[in-house]
Design a protein around this ligand. Structure first.
Ligand code: FDA
Length: 582
């Protein structure tokens, strides 16, 4: 029986992972269709921290400006406040998301794009808009049910939830971007490691003008420590900015052993008033939901013609803001590979690199996000808070911070150190930016294992070692600044070289013809395509003028040669043959 729809790639889910995959595929000229369960996109703020790597993907897609218009800029994200309530005492602050004067340069140097904060319900329509404008087909109110794969494609059964009717779609590939309860992953039988439901949380979204408590210390996150305000427990709650400074989201824990509570308007208001510390400001609760803290990742992320991504393969708490960011990086990694294979420019073996490159990241970020929860421990300890301590005792312990004695002085020092440790959650630039790949789509050049000069999690380190991400520097185009990222990406391979690297350029031109794949070339130097405006390229490239770097469409470095060789053409050809599998 003939399928009702035919497409090249069927994507299940329109969250950050699915929508980005569809936008990229359409941009690369690949037919694709998205089926998504509900009538519209994310209906709550959800993920919001949007890191530089994600903004680079938006830049590549041409929607960075649109995102910036709706986003809260880095400057307003900068103070992580720890307090007893928003109206109450402040226990300490941590510069966050790169806003410490000592860290600003790290963030500014690392990317042409800036970190920002945009709630998911505002970001998704922008990505979906880009996708639909360029040809992606979206079917809302449509649920994935099951699939069968064969040698040539996948037949997917979906259900139109409005008509309550099943139909089939025939696609060459299926992408399961269907979130933390992925049915695609379940049907594939993907093996998972770790645990689901290690903690319980509720989200309360509300409107309340809190300017007088926050505008002088702008932040996205305000942590409230209020022993006794929940039954038992330490009483830590998070008041998170959704829009400055009149829309908020509270994250408040519940005991996972008791199951999710019913969060009605009265309970939601009670919690909000307690954490704000002021019940005189008008409040409107707009939404409540409960969720569980998970520590779980898929050890295998694809099977045959079906690829899973996003929360479907990594399930973790919001700490470090890695959820949607990692999902979008999964999409960026897979999309160009699917495009090259579907266009016949690469063999299917290229797709194997998705597992090798994104599998380890899934584990890394799930572990990191959960460790960040544990790293609140020292803050609790320094304040004398603990699950088995009575609330009045905990409050008395916190008061001791103010005393003039050696124990209290030590307590103050411990608290300062404990807050500083939280940079591993709020300034974790390395985790965001240092992803390295090692697969058949990167060609090792025999250079020694990379040594990180500073803490690998906290600090980004630029590298041109194959598998690393192309370092950003500003180049000159008729005196105007363009990023190395602006002159590469967009679905193509790009070869970077300088004066003396003409042989590489010729080789790229020849290979473009013989492989039927467009290879862009960028020659940097006086009177060449771009100039090394600030000398920053020469500093970071780690090759000689005549050497070359071959950059993949996702900005990762595929191949590096220190200098030109007599065999430039065959060296480059061998590299392409290995990457493309042909
Ligand atoms: P995502 O879950 O976004 O999307 C899944 C998509 O698949 C949806 O479009 C869904 O409708 C669709 N779908 C599911 N099953 C389907 C089926 N059978 N057929 C068709 N479509 C199907 N993260 C963070 O960093 N900070 C935060 O504060 C929060 N807060 C938060 C709150 C709530 C309520 C949720 C649910 C999640 C968060 N998150 C979060 C997590 C963050 O939202 C998450 O990491 C990303 O959205 C993951 O993106 P994905 O695209 O992988 O899945």
């Amino acid at each position: 029986e003939k399928a009702r729809y035919e497409t090249d790639v069927l994507i299940v889910g329109s969250g950050p992972a699915g929508s980005t995959t569809s936008a990229l595929l359409s941009k690369y000229g690949i037919k694709n269709m998205v089926v998504t369960k509900y009538g519209w996109l994310a209906n709550s703020p959800r993920a919001h921290i949007t890191n530089q790597r994600t903004m680079e993907v938006f830049r590549d897609l041409g929607i960075e400006e649109e995102v910036i218009e709706k986003a809260v800029p880095q400057e307003l994200m900068g103070n992580n406040v720890f307090c007893t309530s928003l109206a109450g005492e402040e226990l300490g602050r941590l510069y966050s998301w790169g806003n410490h004067p000592n860290r600003m340069a790290d963030y500014t140097l690392a990317s042409p794009s800036k970190i920002c904060d945009i709630p998911q319900n505002l970001a998704e329509p922008i990505i979906v808009g880009a996708a639909a404008r360029t040809g992606s087909k979206f079917k809302f109110d449509t649920e994935y049910v099951s699939h069968v794969q064969d040698d040539n494609g996948v037949t997917v059964t979906c259900r139109d939830r409005l008509a309550d009717e099943e139909f089939t779609v025939r696609a060459k590939y299926l992408v399961g971007a269907d979130g933390g309860n992925s049915k695609v992953a379940e049907n594939l039988g993907l093996p998972y490691e770790g645990e689901m439901g290690v903690g319980g949380s509720m989200n309360i979204v509300f409107k309340m003008d809190l300017s007088k408590y926050v505008a002088h210390r702008p932040s996205v996150l305000y942590w409230v420590l209020q022993p006794g305000s929940n039954v038992g427990g330490i009483g830590m709650g998070l008041v998170r900015m959704v829009r400055p400074w009149n829309e908020w989201l509270i994250v408040w824990g519940y005991d996972i052993n008791d199951g999710p509570p019913e969060v009605n308007d009265d309970l939601a208001k009670e919690i909000a008033f307690k954490l704000v510390g002021d019940d005189s400001i008008p409040i409107e609760i707009t939404q409540t939901s409960t969720w569980t803290v998970n520590h779980c990742y898929a050890k295998k992320i694809s099977e045959g013609r079906v690829f899973c991504m996003g929360d479907a393969i990594h399930r973790h708490p919001p700490s470090n803001g890695l959820g949607s960011n990692t999902s979008i990086q999964d999409a960026f990694n897979l999309s160009w590979k699917l495009a090259k294979v579907i266009k016949g420019e690469a063999n299917e073996s290229l797709l194997e690199s998705y597992q090798d490159e994104r599998g380890p990241i899934a584990k890394q970020i799930v572990d990191r996000a959960n460790k960040s929860i544990e790293e609140f421990g020292p803050i609790f300890q320094s304040l004398g808070l603990g699950e088995d301590i009575k609330p009045e005792q905990m409050r008395a312990n916190m008061e001791k911070l103010k005393d003039n004695n050696p124990t209290s002085e030590k307590q103050r020092e411990d608290l300062r150190k404990a807050i500083a440790l939280k940079s591993y959650e709020f300034n974790c630039h390395g985790v965001e930016m240092n992803q390295r790949y090692n697969s058949n789509a990167t060609i090792a050049d025999g250079s020694p294992e990379e040594e990180f000069k500073r803490d690998k999690e906290l600090y980004y380190q630029a590298s041109t070692r194959p598998g690393a991400h192309l370092p950003h520097v500003w180049l000159g185009e008729n005196g105007h600044k363009v990023s190395t990222l602006d002159v590469s990406g967009k679905g193509e391979f790009t070869l970077f070289t300088s004066i003396g690297g003409e042989k590489w350029i010729e080789a790229a031109k020849e290979l473009s013809k013989s492989l039927g794949i467009h290879i862009k070339t960028v020659q940097i130097g006086p009177d060449r395509d771009y100039t090394d405006l600030y000398g920053a390229w020469a500093e970071v490239r780690d090759i000689k003028d005549s050497g070359c770097l071959l950059i993949r469409p996702d900005y990762h470095i595929a191949f590096r040669a220190k200098e030109v060789s007599q065999n430039a053409e065959s060296d480059l050809k061998n590299a392409f043959e290995k990457i493309l599998g042909k």
